[in-house]
Design a protein around this ligand. Structure first.
Ligand SMILES: [Zn+2]
Length: 188
């Protein structure tokens, strides 16, 4: 093989390695910032749901450091001219403000209000656990807007998926449900 081709190949391999060295953190940053987060709005101390611009953060990570800017906020468009001070909360605890982690942590130590079985942390492949409202109706947690969740968690009780399905059926079709009184098992 001619020397010129060998040198070209060596340069290409080196360039690819350098690119991968920068691209892997970029991809990590992209997926880390892609998900919805909850922050406390600095002026009013209310909760807002925000999306960081994952693409911009990833390009920043490729060039030097991730650059955080908001892409969406539940307080927009009314507060679109804000200084995005809430980004400091995301920089300090990027995982702590993820909606998924906040919800998972809330359910982690809780038991179902109906069957008393522990619910545990969230899993992506499982059915979403639910909540029992003050009106005694159940709803899945992801039916609420993310920014509503802290207030919802203070008023609602945790309910497992099975009890949510059973209670929904009972509510929608009371004529088809027969409540049998508890009968102790005979031992003789
Ligand atoms: Zn249950």
């Amino acid at each position: 093989m001619p020397v010129a081709i060998l040198i070209t190949l060596a340069v290409l391999v080196l360039a690819l390695k350098l690119f991968a060295f920068r691209a892997i953190p970029e991809i990590r940053v992209y997926f880390a910032y892609k998900r919805k987060r909850l922050i406390t709005y600095p002026e009013t101390h209310e909760t807002a749901a925000v999306d960081v611009s994952a693409g911009q953060a990833a390009v920043g990570a490729f060039l030097a450091e991730p650059t955080l800017r908001l892409k969406e906020c539940s307080r927009w468009p009314e507060r679109e001219d804000c200084g995005q001070e809430c980004l400091s909360q995301i920089e300090v605890g990027p995982a702590n403000c993820l909606v998924w982690n906040i919800v998972s942590k809330w359910y982690e130590e809780k038991k179902c209000a109906f069957c008393q079985k522990p619910i545990g942390a969230l899993h992506h492949l499982d059915h979403a656990p639910a909540l029992l409202g003050p009106d005694f109706k159940t709803a899945e947690w992801n039916q609420f807007r993310p920014e509503q969740l802290p207030a919802v968690f203070s008023k609602y009780q945790p309910v497992c998926w099975n009890c949510h399905v059973a209670e929904t059926f009972r509510r929608l079709h009371p004529e088809l449900v027969v409540d049998r009184p508890f009968e102790p098992r005979r031992t003789m």
